[in-house]
Design a binder for this molecule. Structure first.
Ligand SMILES: Cc1cc2nc3c(=O)[nH]c(=O)nc-3n(C[C@H](O)[C@H](O)[C@H](O)COP(=O)(O)OP(=O)(O)OC[C@H]3O[C@@H](n4cnc5c(N)ncnc54)[C@H](O)[C@@H]3O)c2cc1C
Length: 386
């Protein structure tokens, strides 16, 4: 039993029933083939689970972040990987909060029905990394179009999405007083863009996370696809980050419970030197410690959800939840791998797969150092370091 298991019981049961149809062997095969879990994501979409945060007036279920986070947690806790589709859960927030009435009506109902996928968000660039306000990809207004030139890196799920949120510079840095101004958000229709100004080059990487480099050369986007006010895009992207961080914290918590559960089960049954390995305190303590840390991170996740759903400021809580959860799941992953001995490395046990998957969250979507830096500056009032 974990902190929060008594919350949203029916929702958890529904998700557990759905996930039971996609056992370890399914995700193992998808990982080995570097494939996309098409059937799993289709089942989630059919159930309306990925439209949890879309308001009922646009055809979604109008649930809160707490419920959305349970959906993400349960996927990872069942042995799956919500990373294949978590973008669909939160990327539409930018459109919902800052899009015009016409844009929302045009896209949100189709996204809620699963006919359009808004799974991608293009922010990171090779030359600037975490320093988002210095991005160089530009969008220049020419008549009724914007013309985009530049490059992005590590942009996920472009091959499994019709739409992408794009952050680009609309006013050169030299003409601005503040670095955070002059950036704008666009909705790019990938069906029209790929091959006509946008080239996509997949990056082979450690996790099965369809992720690519994007090259923009004179890509034309209708001016109607600008979201909100030109130049205010950085603020719009920041607005969405609290939801993203809290949902990813919930995924890490799901991973953390999966690792603790698996390793506890293994340590109870694996006998060496004539007794279960779990009888040794050298084995027990790291597992117990992992459980404590996952539980503690979970408390912060609920706090972030409560504040977000009450529309209270929650930047600190979302960052703390993400930090604690990513750290706890990684410690739990280490204990799980360690006490499976050699079998931890065998693909058939799924530990090495989950170990790789959860490691990502120390780096993306925000690296641990950048969270520490946020806390130092914004919570503790220490001088800004960059
Ligand atoms: C699998 C995967 C999927 C991704 N998907 C997406 C996506 O869909 N869309 C998207 O836009 N991006 C995506 N990213 C990019 C991700 O958000 C970035 O990798 C991450 O923000 C870090 O940026 P960077 O890789 O450029 O690292 P850098 O910014 O180069 O940083 C490298 C290291 O230095 C540290 N560092 C940098 N500056 C400081 C400082 N001032 N103080 C202390 N430490 C510092 C960082 O913490 C980090 O550990 C993805 C990345 C991966 C690996």
């Amino acid at each position: 039993m974990a902190v929060g298991d008594e919350r949203h019981v029916e929702l958890r049961e529904a998700l557990r029933a759905l996930c039971a149809g996609f056992p370890d062997a399914y995700f193992r095969r998808v990982d080995a083939e570097r494939a996309y879990p098409v059937e799993f994501v289709a089942a989630l979409t059919r159930g309306g689970w990925l439209a949890a945060l879309i308001p009922a007036e646009y055809g979604g279920s109008g649930l809160g972040l707490a419920e959305a986070s349970v959906i993400m947690e349960e996927i990872n806790r069942s042995g799956g990987n919500a990373g294949a589709c978590h973008g669909q859960m939160y990327n539409m927030g930018t459109l919902l909060r800052h899009g015009s009435a016409e844009q929302k009506q045009r896209w949100l109902p189709a996204i809620a029905r699963g006919e359009l996928r808004l799974q991608s968000m293009g922010v990171t660039e090779p030359g600037t990394g975490s320093d988002t306000t210095r991005i160089r990809t530009s969008a220049q207004r020419r008549g009724d179009r914007y013309v985009v030139n530049g490059q992005k890196v590590w942009i996920s799920r472009v091959h499994h999405s019709e739409l992408m949120i794009l952050l680009a510079r609309t006013t050169p840095l030299a003409e601005l007083r503040r670095r955070s101004e002059g950036l704008s958000v666009f909705l790019v229709d990938l069906r029209e863009a790929i091959g006509r100004g946008l080239q996509v080059r997949p990056i082979a990487n450690m996790v099965n996370h369809d992720t690519s480099e994007l090259f923009f050369e004179e890509l034309e986007i209708p001016a109607d696809n600008l979201i909100g006010v030109e130049g205010q895009g950085f603020r719009y992207i920041l607005d969405g980050l609290n939801a993203e961080r809290t949902l990813i914290a919930a995924e890490c918590i799901g991973d953390g419970y999966w690792f603790v559960d698996r390793v506890s089960r293994y340590a109870r049954s694996r006998e060496v030197f004539g007794r279960p390995i779990g009888q040794n305190q050298g084995v027990q303590f790291p597992i117990a410690e992992s459980y404590i840390e996952v539980e503690a991170a979970n408390l912060m996740r609920w706090r972030a959800c409560e504040r977000f759903d009450a529309q209270l400021p929650c930047g600190t809580e979302a960052n703390l939840a993400k930090y604690l959860a990513a750290k706890a799941s990684w410690e739990a992953a280490n204990a799980c791998l360690q006490f499976h001995g050699g079998f931890g490395f065998a693909c058939d046990y799924d530990v090495e797969r989950k170990f790789r998957e959860t490691r990502l969250y120390q780096v993306a979507p925000i690296s641990t150092n950048l969270i520490l830096s946020y806390v130092a500056e914004h919570v503790l009032g220490l001088p800004r370091s960059y």
